[in-house]
Design a protein around this ligand. Structure first.
Ligand SMILES: Nc1ncnc2c1ncn2[C@@H]1O[C@H](COP(=O)(O)OP(=O)(O)OP(=O)(O)O)[C@@H](O)[C@H]1O
Length: 277
């Protein structure tokens, strides 16, 4: 295991072809990223620099490769046997796809929250403690569980039933529990793949509020179909499109207010105004 290659080393990578919000610190960056599923070219040549401790939204029509790109940020595509990734994903200046990099360590540093809340069929406490236990956490577990649940704005609702089964929580509470589970291992980046799509509007707003709090400490990258959500929560927006071969690519990237009010690309404008997709 060569986890040393992922050692924290904040730096900014300039590159003529890299779409980038500058001059903020970079959390993670793709260079020449291409993804294939067997022979299907799903995503082509994505150059995307993600700003640290900001919320970046990835939007675009169905099938344009948003989830595929998101999964490259913590090597989740490794778990799909037909997926092949080319290009680089630089985290602290090191390619997480380089030989010798441990994907488990990558996923500890870059956590993920999925579309459908997926707590384990265990107690609330055990759900939060799980990752820390696996990582051999030696500190005060009660403290870590409380801190993580507070961080996920769930503590007050569950503090009296920590040892009840997590599956008894509402969908919105389960999703916040999944966020607590993600932050318990102290990641630097949290990837969110449509985290609110299974939630009602009130639970959705609670997660959005939570994201705005979490971004003080974490970099958040969210895939969303919900334009209003992207506009409400994100600092930067990356708009993806598909070409005639259904291959996804990054069409426009910039500050969210610019993308939503003064898009440079006609396709972006059509998409955000609902004329496409
Ligand atoms: N496991 C897989 N095997 C084969 N093809 C896949 C797989 N996952 C995704 N694809 C294909 O890759 C392309 C990009 O899919 P992806 O799920 O990344 O898009 P998306 O923009 O997130 O879509 P949606 O908004 O519908 O979730 C699509 O054409 C999809 O069918």
């Amino acid at each position: 295991m060569t986890t040393n290659v992922l050692t924290r080393r904040p730096e900014i990578h300039a590159g003529p072809q890299v779409a980038a919000p500058e001059p903020t610190e970079t959390a993670i960056e793709t260079r020449g990223l291409n993804v294939y599923y067997d022979k299907f070219h799903a995503v082509r040549d994505v150059n995307l620099r993600i700003a640290a401790r900001k919320i970046t939204a990835m939007i675009g029509p169905s099938g344009c490769g948003k989830s595929t790109v998101l999964r490259c940020f913590n090597r989740m595509n490794d778990l799909i046997p037909t997926a092949r990734v080319e290009g680089e994903v630089l985290f602290h200046g090191h390619n997480i796809y380089a030989p010798g990099v441990d994907p488990v360590e990558v996923r500890r540093r870059i956590g993920m929250v999925f579309q459908k809340p997926n707590p384990f069929p265990k107690s609330i406490y055990e759900n939060v403690a799980w990752g820390a236990r696996i990582n051999g956490f030696q500190g005060d577990m009660d403290e870590l569980v409380e801190e993580s649940l507070r961080g996920a704005a769930l503590w007050d609702e569950v503090k009296d039933k920590l040892h009840q089964n997590a599956l008894g929580l509402s969908g919105g509470q389960q999703q916040r529990l999944c966020i607590a589970r993600a932050i318990a291992v102290k990641p630097e980046i949290i990837l969110m793949d449509e985290p609110c799509s299974a939630l009602d509007p009130i639970a959705t707003l609670a997660i959005e509020d939570l994201m705005k709090e979490l971004v003080a400490s974490y970099t958040i990258i969210i895939v969303t179909h919900n334009m209003q959500q992207a506009a409400r929560v994100s600092d930067f927006t990356a708009f993806f499109m598909v070409d005639e071969r259904r291959t996804g690519h990054l069409a426009e990237y910039g500050p969210t207010d610019q993308i939503f009010t003064r898009p440079k690309n006609k396709a972006t404008e059509d998409y955000i105004t609902g004329r496409f997709g």
